[in-house]
Each structure stands twice: as C-alpha cells, then as structure tokens.
Design a protein around this ligand. Structure first.
Ligand SMILES: Cc1ncc(C[n+]2csc(CCOP(=O)(O)OP(=O)(O)O)c2C)c(N)n1
Ligand code: SF4
Length: 246
C-alpha cells in the first residue's frame, strides 16, 4: 500500500495550514516508498512541531527527549546492525532540537561519521513553544523573545549547521534544501534520496537541513511565508550540497 494512502487514523496531525513540515514529510514518505525501505525505516523524533511526524509515515517511530535523537539513533543503528538487521534510521528534528539543545548529540554523531540520516527542519524559531528566538533566527528577525528584531551583537550569529558539519567532519553527505516552491521541493526530494542512499550504501553520516515556512509564528499568510523563505531565509542560508562522498 502506498505510504500516503494509510488509514485515516494514521494521518491525523496538528500542523498549521501552510506549514513546511507537511511538505517535507510527504517527500520523505514518497522517497521511502520509491526506495522500498518502508519496512526498514525507523523514524527517531525530536520534540517540537516535528512530533507531528509520529505515526503518519507508518512503520516504527521512536519519540526521544528533546535534542537526543542523534544519540538514540546511533545506539539503535549499532545494536540492530549487530543483530544482522538492515535498517534505515532517520532522525526528524527541528532546528532547536538538532542545532541548539541537541547540538552536542548532533555533532558527536557527525564527528564519528555514524551511519544515520539526520533531517532537521529550520523554521528560524522554536515553533511549538510559541515562536521564541533560536540560533537559526535571522539577523533582525522579530520573534516573541526578540521583539525589536534579533540583535546579533548580543546573541551571536545564525548557525549554519550543514556547512559546519561538512567543513569539520568526514561525513558522507551534507546539504540544505527548501520547500517554498516547486523547483526547490523537487530539489529537496533529490537531496532526501541521496542522504538515505548514503546510509544504505554504508558510507556514513548524512544530514539535510530544510528551510521551512512557519506562517503561524511569523504572523504571515502561507503564500507570504513561502516568499519569506525564498527572499529572506535563502540569503542567509544558501541551498545546495556541501559534501558528497563518492
Ligand atoms: C529538555 C526540554 N527542554 C525544553 C523543552 C520545551 N520545548 C518543547 S518543544 C521546544 C521547541 C522546539 O523547537 P524546534 O526544535 O525548533 O522545533 P519546531 O517546534 O520549531 O518544529 C521546546 C523548547 C522540552 N520539551 N524539553
Ligand atoms: S507553529 Fe509553525 S512549525 Fe509549528 S505547525 Fe504551525 S506553522 Fe508549522
């Protein structure tokens, strides 16, 4: 059965209209189906709006404490492989989860080139808790904890996670995608496939960061939020591949 034809009870979520999470999850579902990995995938979930992924792709999911998905995924991968089970282990985390509270776990897994895939969703804020400033918040961007706009002289500068990992560690794959229009959605799907393929080829750690619209916390309609990704976020966060191990 196609992943996106799962019974209605598995499709329930509480994502806001126009949220990028839904597009990204759809792309992951399609890719897993095309690669015939539905029975091998385990989704390791962070805490945040990303929790909406719980149950909607079918198969096994594991909900972690906030930020700990890379550590949990590492343990799972090593144990299940030691038992002779081929797995496709994917973390699905917000930028706050993977790049702030869980940064140590994320970097340690990348440093060791663990054979897992990390998908992290950059919506430039801590969305689920009400839109607070994150390390990914743009310079000058208003959030509930930077009401006059982010002042980087006080807060430090936005973090560029996939570039940092590609530059520092001997990982298999690192990229950034966006889901604001058809062209970038198609590109995002290609990056998802390459990241998962790297794991299945046992090349090691792969990460894709997705620039993702959050209309609710940005106080924008969905179309304006998609435009904000293309015109503001992509200036700070260029999309593309930063590391592809042959
Ligand atoms: C240890 C811990 N600290 C703080 C929280 C509160 N908390 C829940 S979700 C969240 C923000 C999540 O933001 P992000 O990871 O960017 O995901 P998003 O909601 O934006 O998708 C926070 C701080 C928590 N659940 N556990
Ligand atoms: S608050 Fe933002 S990230 Fe969370 S579901 Fe709504 S639009 Fe999506």
């Amino acid at each position: 059965m196609a992943l996106y034809e799962l019974p209605a009870k598995l499709k329930k979520h509480s994502l806001c209209p126009g949220c990028g999470h839904g597009i990204i999850l759809r792309l992951i579902a399609e890719t897993l189906e095309e690669m015939e990995l539905q029975d091998k995938k385990i989704l390791v979930l962070g805490v945040g709006c990303s929790c909406n992924a719980n149950g909607i792709l079918g198969g096994d999911d594991f909900q972690c404490a906030h930020g700990r998905a890379s550590a949990v995924a590492t343990g799972m991968k090593l144990y299940l492989e030691s038992q002779g089970k081929e797995t496709c282990i994917i973390t699905y985390q917000g930028d706050g989860d993977a790049g702030v509270i869980g940064l140590a776990e994320t970097l340690n897994a990348a440093y060791r080139n663990e054979n897992i895939t990390v998908f992290t969703i950059n919506n430039s804020n801590f969305a689920m808790t009400g839109g607070q400033m994150s390390w990914t918040t743009l310079k000058g961007q208003k959030t509930t904890t930077s009401v006059h706009g982010r002042d980087c002289a006080i807060t430090g500068n936005p973090i560029h996670l996939p570039e940092m990992i590609a530059n520092q560690f001997d990982v298999a794959y690192a990229a950034r995608a966006a889901v604001c229009d058809v062209k970038h959605i198609n590109q995002a799907k290609k990056f998802i496939k390459k990241a998962i393929q790297a794991q299945m080829d046992k090349k090691g750690y792969s990460i894709v960061e997705f620039l993702s619209q959050c209309p609710t916390n940005w106080g924008m309609a969905p179309v304006a939020a998609a435009k904000y990704v293309a015109e503001q976020m992509m200036v700070e966060y260029p999309v593309g591949e930063f590391k592809v191990k042959e």
